[in-house]
Design a protein around this ligand. Sequence first.
Ligand code: NAP
Length: 227
Amino acid sequence: MTQKEGNALFPTLAILGGTGKEGSALALRWAKAGYPVILGSRSAERAAQTAAELNVQLGQGNLRGLDNEAAAREGNIIVLTVPPEAQISTLSSVKSALAGKILVDATARVDAKDPRPPEGKAAARAAQDLLGPEVRVVAAFQNVPAHALKNLARELDSDVLVCGDDPEARAEVVKLAEAAGMQAYEAGGLDNALIVEGLTALIISINKRYKSKTGGIRISGVEKTGK
Ligand SMILES: NC(=O)c1ccc[n+]([C@@H]2O[C@H](COP(=O)([O-])OP(=O)(O)OC[C@H]3O[C@@H](n4cnc5c(N)ncnc54)[C@H](OP(=O)(O)O)[C@@H]3O)[C@@H](O)[C@H]2O)c1
């Protein structure tokens, strides 16, 4: 099975940490929707193995695996799904490959016992500070549980709040969330992602209380019309 080329309609998505729970589950949804997807990993071998397994699951060839650096170079839009403690080191290691691109950051740096954010800023703001203005960082998917995403038979009822300082990049990420089967809302600038990460802490508490793995959030009362 060969991977198809990205194009304007279906840009190639590269998911750093794509072998993990959130990254592989998003990859499944996007590959199923027709996007060429590259899984990134610290190990090209592990990435290739995971991509092969997901291709078999989907019965197609839209996924392939590379090391994180090569994935960041080859992807048109880059998605980050590594654990919070690896966020900055991973981005530092691929920084030069991200220039001119959109980075979608799903990192939620939450401690369910102490929801105060480290350094008082959203994870995605820390990413933007590291990467500089050459990269358009958009925060999204921090509230979407991998458990719900990976079950393709399940209709997703978790909405996506998309925060970023660049309106075009935000709109692009709304499209990606919709392609994966979710409702998505532009929710203001990157600093608003701090609130979104806080919601992740709430969802973790709710999941624990009710022994669930699929809690999410839903926006009500908004009709999405044009600009
Ligand atoms: N899990 C969820 O339901 C969920 C929901 C919303 C948002 N998120 C966010 O998504 C991100 C990933 O969460 P996850 O649950 O998918 O994590 P995970 O499965 O534990 O890890 C994802 C991948 O990150 C890589 N990784 C692990 N430790 C690393 C390190 N020290 N340095 C560099 N790479 C490392 C691993 O890939 P390799 O070993 O192949 O390199 C791993 O497969 C987090 O920021 C989390 O807040 C998760």
